[in-house]
Ligand binder design. Structure first.
Ligand code: NDP
Length: 328
């Protein structure tokens, strides 16, 4: 039998955590034959609720779930971690300046990066979900000098999935017919969902749609503002779809992209497509054997270039701000 994989989830008692843990335990994160140990990391006020969730996990009698540990000590929470899902973050509250948001999150992600550096397994893979996800990932990565930088990633898979769904609705295609869609840049309102290289049942998506006004005025803003639309409709932020995207991100990273397709991940830039090296930005990537590679050689038209540049500019400003705060 396989050795269990240690999966750490921070913010485990939150609403995304609640939607995430049961799917990890039922085998959707890594595969149907991979046993898991769960480590739930919470702040002290979250421990009791995490214990309640752990009771429910026990009550599911998941065959793949070996054990659950609950802690508020990051050194314990990341001990031997193979996969870490950093969900807990300090949300932006009314009237909060960006600097305050970044420093509050620095207080979370810097010590967590160090704890990962000092305690995680050698093959640790990190996904940051908590916002601002790209910059939180950068802070954690900078605090973990002994971990290869490429193991720190940020989630843009929800944006990717949202874009596929919107494109399917517009064209009447099945979601499974859509390939090679790309989210570029920051997981924020400036993100750029790119359909110029996407294919629908093998045909170029932008040519099929043939409607630049729809792209600029409907598609892009609908994808970028979907989170707000969900809050408006549901009275609470997206949770199950965010958890689903986190599952997809890690599953694809570990198990590979399909031939003829790619996915979107926020990853440290190697300078490709003019994105400054080191910024954690979303790119089109293929994955294989637990490693990812940026898809190279795509033609970037003017429409796309301006939008990628604007999102990357925002990432640069966030990086400069956390540098000034001494967080990286
Ligand atoms: P959620 O579980 O709803 O959200 C957690 C984080 O995910 C937020 O930063 C949120 O960003 C982010 N997020 C990313 N993508 C999405 C998306 N598409 N939709 C919604 N959220 C998204 O938050 P809760 O408040 O329910 O739970 C947070 C938990 O984290 C609490 O239990 C708290 O105790 C814990 N926590 C733990 C820490 C730790 O382990 N050290 C540190 C801080 C908090 P956004 O705010 O922008 O929506």
């Amino acid at each position: 039998t396989r050795t269990p994989v240690n999966v750490t989830v921070t913010g485990a008692a939150g609403q995304i955590g609640y939607a995430l843990l049961f799917r990890i335990a039922s085998g959707h994160l890594l595969g149907p034959d991979v046993p898991v140990n769960l480590r739930l990391l919470e702040i002290p006020q979250g421990l009791k609720a995490a214990e309640g969730t752990a009771m429910e996990l026990d009550d599911c009698a998941f065959p793949l779930l070996r054990n659950i540990e609950i802690t508020d000590d990051a050194n314990v929470g990341f001990a031997g971690a193979n996969v870490a899902l950093l969900v807990g973050a300090r949300p932006r509250t009314k009237g909060m300046e960006r600097g305050d948001l970044l420093s509050a999150n620095g207080g979370i992600f810097k010590p967590q990066g160090k704890a990962i550096n000092d305690n995680a397994a050698d093959d640790i893979k990190v996904l940051v979900v908590g916002n601002p996800a790209n910059t939180n990932a950068l802070i954690a990565q900078a605090a973990a000098p002994d971990v290869p930088a490429e193991r720190f990633t940020a989630m843009t898979r929800l944006d990717h999935n949202r874009a596929i769904s919107q494109l399917a609705a517009k064209t009447g295609a099945a979601v499974s017919d859509i390939r090679k869609l790309t989210i570029w840049g920051n997981h924020s309102a400036t993100q750029y969902p790119d359909i110029f290289h996407a294919e629908i049942a093998g045909k170029n998506a932008a040519e099929l749609v043939n409607d630049e006004a729809w792209l600029a005025d409907t598609f892009i803003p609908t994808v970028a503002k979907r989170g707000a639309a969900i809050i408006e409709a549901r009275g609470a932020s997206s949770a199950a779809s965010a958890a689903n995207a986190a599952i997809d991100h890690v599953y694809t990273w570990v198990n590979g992209t399909a031939a003829g397709d790619w996915t979107s991940m926020g990853i440290p830039s190697d300078g490709s497509y003019g994105v400054p090296e080191g910024l954690i930005s979303s790119f089109p990537v293929t994955t294989k054997d637990g490693k990812y590679e940026i898809v190279q050689g795509l033609d970037i038209n003017e429409f796309s270039r301006a939008r990628i540049d604007a999102s990357v500019q925002e990432l640069t400003e966030e990086r400069d701000a956390v540098r000034e705060l001494g967080l990286i």
